[in-house]
Write a protein that binds this ligand. Sequence first.
Ligand code: 5GP
Ligand code: ZN
Length: 147
Amino acid sequence: MRDENCIFCKIANGEIPSSTVYEDDDFRVILDLGPASKGHALILPKQHYKDICEADMAVTGKILPLAAKIGSAMKKGLGASGFNVVQNNGTSAGQTVFHLHVHVIPRYENGPVMVAWNPGKAESRELEETAGILKNALAEELFTEEK
Ligand code: 5GP
Ligand code: ZN
């Protein structure tokens, strides 16, 4: 499925040119126009899914293995010493383009800190309570999927 108004559909399917580093039947991997670091890549499925919750698992299941290969190539080819795999879902999570995509961001020695958060504090009772709520909600999700 494609969305005529979606820029990543057009890029993924080659209607808009991009700096492509890999392409197969399911994905196009391009360089981000606003890179967080040199070589910042985006894995774009060719099919339109708003986010990871909407996507076909046959497609999402291929993303992490591909990200690992891209990350290894960043180390070999660009001299990166590590990489982050980042995927935003929803405006509150920082998603700005509503076509599923996965960032692979190379990291370099002495480069700036990215993809970091300030660790909070949680009492064990609070953790237990939250785990209980999440466990029940997740069980419902998994049950719905099986039906
Ligand atoms: P998000 O914030 O939705 O996770 O990430 C969207 C990313 O897409 C951003 O890092 C942004 O720089 C990148 N981006 C947005 N429009 C284009 C475009 O037309 N071409 C390319 N190559 N990257 C884009
Ligand atoms: Zn799209």
